[in-house]
Ligand binder design. Structure first.
Ligand code: AHN
Ligand code: ZN
Length: 332
């Protein structure tokens, strides 16, 4: 330090001797690139996502108040924690259509919790306690490989990728509980008693895990694992978040998944978690969900015992995972 004094003296004389507009102090020049460098999205690993689906299904049917549900909750919490996400288990009380008191566990992972700009990715992790759409064993619970585990498995793999390659935005992943404890539709009735579904997302939307929580938009994955899945632009998403839906579907088509992500608009049968995230939490959210063309309903395995690992397809998982990562890493 002492040695610098003579130089400082000479420099001062030099500055005094210069024109008035000469800089008084040397500042480092900031080089702003003309084009913001784009992050190359990491490769989505469908084998890894498939394993996460299998591991959930291996617990058995996972509905509130049963043992497999408890074990799976712990597994999901530990998975998010192991990838370094700030993990919260939101516990709440709920009541089912058949008057059962249940404990709701919404499992939340925050990536880059302090970032202002965030997106929300969600899926339900519980499986249906009955097989009311099946022809036999209607009262037995289902495995929910597609209806539940598929979306969650893909999001666990997304969580893993987030910590390997950092995106420019914050990401929240929520695994909602008790989506699938809704009242079975009786006979010819189309009445779904919609409030009896999506108990976990309803609870969260009324009791946000963070005060004034907001996200730019949300993406729900529901029944995203079957072969040749066909994702249409369904009406709830199109009413609340058409821009988000068009953006994601455009990305999908640019990536070559136009066979899965089609421009057809369809009417939504019943309800889903994005309904409450839109309506109660005011986060414009879309649902990526299979539409069965022959019936205008959900996948044929829906709420039957055929909803097991046999119908899970790595090609579809790759498409959904790739589109999600592309969307995340193109933000900002
Ligand atoms: C009904 O509204 C009939 N079902 C809610 C959507 C759902 C059920 N997604 C998965 N399981
Ligand atoms: Zn279901």
């Amino acid at each position: 330090m002492k040695n610098k004094l003579p130089y400082l003296f000479i420099l001062t004389l030099f500055v005094i001797g210069c024109e008035d507009d000469a800089p008084q102090k040397k500042t480092t020049t900031k080089i702003t690139p003309a084009v913001q460098l784009k992050i190359v999205p990491p490769d989505f690993n469908a084998d890894s996502a498939y394993t996460y689906i299998q591991q959930q299904v291996d617990f058995g049917p996972r509905f509130p108040n049963n043992k497999a549900h408890d074990e799976c909750a712990k597994y999901l919490e530990n998975k998010l924690k192991s990838f370094g996400l700030n993990t919260i288990v939101q516990i709440g009380k709920g009541k089912t259509f058949n008057h059962k008191e249940i404990t709701i566990k919404n499992i939340i992972g925050e990536y880059n919790p302090t970032a202002e700009d965030r997106i929300l990715l969600f899926a339900h992790w519980d499986s249906r306690p009955f097989a009311d759409q099946d022809a036999k064993n209607l009262t037995h619970p289902i495995l929910g490989a597609n209806d539940g585990a598929s979306g969650v498995g893909i999001l666990i793999e997304v969580a893993r990728q987030l910590t390997i390659t950092q995106p420019n935005i914050g990401v929240d992943i929520i695994f909602f509980d008790a989506e699938d404890y809704g009242q079975p539709s009786s006979g010819m009735s189309l009445e779904h008693n919609s409030e009896s579904w999506c108990l976990g997302s309803q609870y969260w939307a009324k009791n946000l895990h963070k005060e004034n929580y907001q996200a730019k938009y949300g993406i729900l994955l529901d029944m995203v694992g079957s072969a040749n899945a066909y994702f249409t632009k369904e009406s709830i998403s199109m009413n609340y978040a058409p821009d988000v839906m068009n953006k994601v579907w455009n990305y999908a088509q640019q990536l070559g998944y136009g066979n899965h992500f089609v421009n057809t608009k369809t009417f939504f049968v019943g309800t889903d978690d994005h309904q409450y995230v839109n309506q109660l939490a005011n986060i414009p959210s879309i649902d990526i969900i299979h539409y069965e063309r022959s019936t205008g309903n959900f996948h044929p395995s829906w709420h039957t015992h055929n909803d097991n690992m046999d119908i899970i397809d790595k090609g579809t998982i790759t498409a959904v995972g790739h589109v999600l990562l592309h969307t995340i890493y193109n933000e900002k």
